[in-house]
Design a binder for this molecule. Structure first.
Ligand code: NAD
Ligand code: DAU
Length: 362
């Protein structure tokens, strides 16, 4: 297959690209605008790979997308590009409306025109896969059963609302135009190459620098954590075995309060990085409860029974295994996150970054 992946320089997209290059024979076109969260250093082996191409393209640019589809001729599009951070969406929603809603619309329309021109065999096997979030379902009561695919949409944050809107657009393009779409709604991911604005990498890097570990509100909000490489295998399973028009919930079956997560990170650091930079006695002494996030959802949890029963996918990592691997990765990959923290990864993209950009001007 030839697969066009949007957002392939981001956290989950880069895990997907690394997985597909290592485990399949597919040819990949990574379409990514390289916003602040896009980082080509997250794809260390891709630049010179014979089955990989990169194009620095904004998904709101219809003309450029049409040219890319006409030249690359994808059999599938996996759409991950998005503004992804809830706190940023509270500070300013504009980029979220633009990328998550207008960008998804633009991509859908370009995909539809491309798909309509395919011959019937190619058109039948073509897939448009939309990657979404459990946040579209909103706040889950403490004793409520986890979200199934039938849970009503009730997004709380501007980010979640923009993703919900995108989901509706994708379903409309299937129902109205017949575009063969697949959707998945996934819980919180964590793992290597995670941008350090998100809870887990933020806490690891702050702890290593002996800076405060901020917990919003009482720290008792619950998230269902999935190791990012498990999300990559789930997405490939949905692409290759999912039924067009269907939605699959993906989760780690690993509900944790934020306080539990932060305490688990501190315990791992005590074991793996016992030498602290200051006279700090314990990493957990750095925990600070700070003002809560406005509109903060108390709990998310995913019922991943459908993807398990119908597609045979279950996560390979427990939360304990995945978190240990993640903490180790951050300890062993300081150049990656030091460049992110200093902003140098952004400067390199303007100059001689590591990417091959065969389609850059397409
Ligand atoms: P991320 O912020 O790490 O990466 C997003 C990528 O999209 C970046 O490479 C960025 O450069 C690119 N991008 C942003 N705007 C673009 C635009 N207009 N045109 C082209 N590229 C653009 O995000 P992530 O955490 O990897 O999330 C990927 C997808 O998975 C998103 O759609 C997100 O909603 C969804 N998701 C994320 C999680 C999670 O826990 N991180 C969970 C469920 C679903
Ligand atoms: O559920 C899936 C979603 O998970 C994805 O759709 C989003 O793209 C992704 O960012 C993530 O959203 P969250 O808001 O749950 O992730 P975040 O890492 O920002 O926060 C996780 C929890 O930790 C949340 O309850 C807020 C809290 N938090 C976060 C930060 C950054 C803190 O308490 N302190 C912090 O410093």
């Amino acid at each position: 297959m030839k697969i066009a992946i949007t957002g392939g320089a981001g956290f989950i997209g880069s895990a997907l690209v690394r997985y597909l290059l290592a485990n399949t024979d597919h040819h990949l076109l990574n379409i990514d605008a390289l916003t602040y969260s896009g980082n080509l250093h997250s794809l260390p082996d891709a630049a010179d790979h014979p089955r990989y191409q990169f194009s620095q393209t904004n998904i709101c640019d219809a003309e450029k997308l049409a040219t890319l589809f006409a030249t690359f001729r994808p059999n599938a599009i996996m759409h991950l590009a998005a503004e992804s951070h809830v706190d940023r969406s509270i500070d300013g929603a504009g980029a979220f409306i633009q990328t998550n809603m207008v960008g998804t619309f633009t991509l859908l329309q370009c995909a539809l025109e491309y798909w309509r021109a395919l011959d019937s065999t190619e058109a039948q096997s073509f897939r448009f896969q939309h990657i979404s979030t459990d946040e579209v379902y909103g706040d889950l009561a403490p004793d409520a059963a986890p979200f199934t695919e039938q849970a009503p949409y009730a997004p709380s944050s501007p980010y979640a609302a923009s993703k919900a809107a995108a989901d509706h657009l994708v379903r409309a393009w299937h129902r109205t135009h017949g575009l063969p779409v697949l959707l998945s709604n996934c819980s919180n991911n964590y793992g290597p190459y995670h941008f350090p604005e998100k809870l887990i990498p933020h806490i690891i890097l702050n702890a290593l620098a002996a800076r405060p570990l901020p917990l919003y509100g009482d720290g008792k909000q619950v998230r269902d954590w999935l190791y990012v490489d498990d999300h990559a295998t789930a997405l490939y399973r949905v692409l290759t075995q999912g039924k067009p028009g269907q939605t699959y919930n993906i989760g780690g079956n690993a509900q944790q309060t934020n306080l539990q997560v932060v305490e688990a990170i501190c315990a791992l650091l005590e074991e793996l990085a016992p030498e602290k930079p200051t006279s700090l006695a314990h990493y957990r002494d750095l925990i600070e409860f700070v003002a809560d996030r406005p509109g903060h959802d108390r709990r998310y949890a995913i019922d991943a029974g459908k993807i398990a029963a119908e597609l045979g996918w279950t996560p390979a990592h427990s939360f304990q295994q995945g978190l240990r691997k993640t903490v180790r990765w951050y300890l062993q990959n300081k150049p990656w996150w030091r460049a992110v923290l200093s902003g140098n990864y952004r400067l390199e993209r303007l100059g001689t970054g590591p990417a091959k950009s065969a389609t850059q001007e397409a």
